[in-house]
Design a protein around this ligand. Sequence first.
Ligand code: 3SL
Length: 244
Amino acid sequence: MKIYTYHTPERVPADWQPDCAIAVDVLRATTTIATALAAGAEAVQVFSDLAELEQVSQQWPAAKRIRVGERGGKKVAGFDMGNSPAECVPERVKGCRLFMSTTNGTRSLERIQTSPLVLAAALVNRAAVAEFVQKHQPATVWIVGSGWEGNYSLEDTVCAGALIHYLWGQQDAPLETLAGNDETIAATALYRYYQDDLLTLFHHSSHGQRLLHLGNEADLKYCAQVDILAIVPWQVSPKLLTKA
Ligand code: 3SL
């Protein structure tokens, strides 16, 4: 297995496909997706375009749909939810489909939608996703961070490092045999440095700061938890994720 890490969807190569692609948006889209599926949501359908989301979700029964819209860290006016995992409790989401558009995370999922195996990972479901990858043994894996509007983010890189570190722990080989690019080694180093204090890293990060200014400290704490959900969100048709 060779793992290639890309910090943003813009950095993903245009001329080849991996056997497995994993989208990461720890703050907060992929954490919210894993949490919603763990709470019994039927599926999560992602969109980069809000107008398309509104039009497609219109065709779904009103009682079974939840429109999740976030831009700049804030809920989009008129939407049901604003991408906080705290809102994804069973009483709210069980049996419902989430129609979701966020600033960066849903764009990452869109970018990798044509890969044969597409997963969504966060820290909360890191071990579940890593075990799934370990079991399926894809020859090439991309881990695609979402960043912020084309720029690098600490939190997605540390989550990529957490995934790589877990997979590396299953092998009796040096990291460079697993690493397809230098970003993979750098992400692992970042995780090893911060693994016991991920919340501090979130507080250092620019998007962590943005969310704190918007009053989302509880979300940062939740998103910093590792391996609390045994959920693997996987794509069953383009841009539609359910539990594996
Ligand atoms: O950029 C995104 O996709 C979001 O996850 C950002 S936020 O955490 O909801 O602000």
